[in-house]
Design a protein around this ligand. Sequence first.
Ligand SMILES: CC(C)(COP(=O)(O)OP(=O)(O)OC[C@H]1O[C@@H](n2cnc3c(N)ncnc32)[C@H](O)[C@@H]1OP(=O)(O)O)[C@@H](O)C(=O)NCCC(=O)NCCS
Length: 246
Amino acid sequence: MRHSGAVPPSVPPPAPDASPASGVGRAEAWFAWPTRSAGWEQRQGSLDAHERRRLDALVEPTTARAYAVLHLLARDVLGQVVGCRPDQLVVDRTCARCGEQHGPPRLVGHPDLHVSLTRTTDLVAVAVSTDAPVGIDAERVAGTRFEGFDGVAMHPSERSPDLDDRARAVSWVRKEAALKALGTGFVVDPAALTTPLAGRTGLVLPDRSPVTVVDVPLGDSDHVAALALAAAYGRVDITTHEAPDA
Ligand SMILES: CC(C)(COP(=O)(O)OP(=O)(O)OC[C@H]1O[C@@H](n2cnc3c(N)ncnc32)[C@H](O)[C@@H]1OP(=O)(O)O)[C@@H](O)C(=O)NCCC(=O)NCCS
């Protein structure tokens, strides 16, 4: 998989440019396919108590598998990056709004290592960057195919019957990646935002850092993914990896 700044033709105009963008922002992203991951049940011991509680609470088997595969992948990746065993990593998820453990993940002891996670039932991803806060999102293209999607997700100026499922999904992942990089998630109404333009810095939220979003090409036409860095870069280079099937 390679990085590309290509803009799907049917995605509407970007959020306004923020400040001058310069330099190259770098990030790495690891993808795994839970449907191909057979060995996760034997590896649950690497998860921390919070992750095991959340896993136990997920009754739908494909959702539980995706959760486990994502968090095991995150521990493998972060363990390699910082040089320690996956089960020794301490992850803090304090929510900035309420203090509960459901916010963006941070690796304790490594404040300059930015991390983001995403999961669907059949594709999960982990992104890391030491350059700037990072956000990643992946979605099933077919997941946008429901009555009312445009009202929930698309800015009024972008709603059009001419948009296809892929364009809607691309818009969604770019917004979600940007809002994850900013650490807010969907406390911000996605329909209040226009779609960030891939490869361009934009001011997604007026009172926050500018964000640079890029599409992440996948070897799979059923999903789309985007990655964002919360900084004004002239270019974002992503190195992508596919986790070996386990
Ligand atoms: C972040 C968010 C957009 C992700 O939504 P999603 O499409 O269901 O899930 P994804 O699989 O793409 O991403 C989930 C991951 O995002 C991360 N995440 C959670 N909150 C985050 C935030 N504010 N910023 C960045 N990342 C966040 C977590 O690592 C989470 O993984 P986990 O649940 O498996 O541990 C959504 O959970 C959200 O909007 N959260 C904020 C809501 C909030 O703050 N409410 C106020 C509570 S007091």
